[in-house]
Ligand binder design. Structure first.
Ligand code: SF4
Length: 345
């Protein structure tokens, strides 16, 4: 686990580990349930855990770290209410989370790493490379901090912010187990989506361990050549192998995959490329999420024109795919993933 404090990071612990920790402090096991409940309500200090004896609260404050993130900045879109948080970690690093409001509920997009080493050509998050993995508690506290700020629990979580989740698999899986635990936040696995750029061993493990969580794959290309140009991960886990793994995933879980596809002007947005993509994905139970590129300064790419986005979608739909265009949220704030953090590094 990372971070500056030497205290025990209890928000990164599973319930059973917390029980053992509470016992190691000379307390009864049942106290763990109370602490777990308070943590998932988003309290920021042990003082607030008012049904615990004062002596125990003091003991906890000495021995344990609540991993509560500090809000460095908050931007709120005047257009659609999107809220973009920049959180400061204890060691001075920053992570981003975004709260988006949809008709079906509030969704928070969270980060799993400070920085990222995947180097996608269109992404602001990888500027500066990977600094470190977030602990499970730091991943979780993004959801708790946003819920606290909103005054109610968020409805959905998408793990699509800064970082590659499967490059931090152990902490991701602890986070998933903890947020799902009915003794705490109790979020249904079906309300969570995890997005990978295509780490194949991660996809295979995820199919076994979290078959109810929705998997999204950042594809962004109709063929290996374009994917190779945009995403260095393709050198390690090539396009064809990725599709093969996606097929196996669907077979094993019976779940539909979401393919994310950023439309970049003149790179991957032609009707012919939409036809090619339709052919490539044939036989894979999937949903295609088209994302108009959010321009990042200095990357040399621009957003596909709206008529090309529409045409691309039409071609996919004509071929029988469910293809949606992601509504642009927070266009009046630093909307693209990593932009807020990039200003700090
Ligand atoms: S798009 Fe995702 S995987 Fe790629 S560099 Fe950015 S954060 Fe990393």
């Amino acid at each position: 686990m990372n971070g500056k404090s030497d205290k025990t990071k209890i928000k990164s612990m599973t319930f059973e580990e917390l029980e053992a920790f509470v016992e190691s402090l000379g307390e009864k096991k049942f106290r763990a349930k109370q602490v777990f409940e308070w943590m998932h309500k988003g309290v920021r200090s042990f003082e607030e855990m008012t049904n615990l004896p004062k002596a125990f609260r003091e003991k906890l404050a000495e021995a344990a770290d609540l991993e509560a993130l500090e809000t460095e900045t908050l931007q709120v879109s005047k257009k659609d209410g999107t809220r973009k948080y920049l959180f400061r970690l204890p060691d001075g690093q920053f992570v981003e989370s975004v709260l988006m409001k949809y008709s079906y509920g509030n969704t928070v997009c969270i980060s799993t790493q400070a920085g990222c080493r995947m180097g996608c050509a269109f992404c602001a998050s990888c500027e500066g490379g990977l600094i470190r993995n977030l602990t499970a508690g730091e991943i979780l506290d993004q959801v708790l901090a946003v819920s606290r700020d909103m005054g109610r629990k968020v409805d959905h979580v998408v793990v699509m912010g800064v970082g590659e989740p499967f490059d931090n698999y152990e902490n991701l899986s602890r986070f998933l187990a903890n947020i799902h635990d009915p003794r705490g936040f109790g979020m249904s696995f079906r309300s969570i989506t995890v997005s990978t750029c295509g780490i194949l061993p991660g996809i295979e493990r995820f199919a076994d361990e979290f078959p109810q969580v929705t998997l999204a794959i950042s594809l962004h290309a109709p063929n290996a050549q374009i994917r190779g140009r945009l995403m260095p991960v393709d050198r390690t886990y090539p396009y064809e192998k990725l599709l093969e793994t996606a097929r196996k995933y669907v077979k094993k879980t019976n779940k539909r995959i979401t393919f994310e596809y950023i439309l970049i002007d003149g790179v991957n947005d032609s009707p012919q490329q939409a036809e090619e993509l339709a052919g490539t994905l044939k036989g894979i139970l999937c949903h295609i999420n088209l994302i108009p590129f959010n321009e990042v300064l200095g990357r040399g790419f621009s957003s596909a024109r709206p008529e090309r986005v529409r045409r691309f979608q039409e071609v996919l739909q004509k071929n029988g795919y469910e293809a949606t265009v992601r509504r642009e949220l927070g266009s009046d704030i630093d909307g693209a993933c990593g932009q807020l953090r990039a200003k700090k590094i």
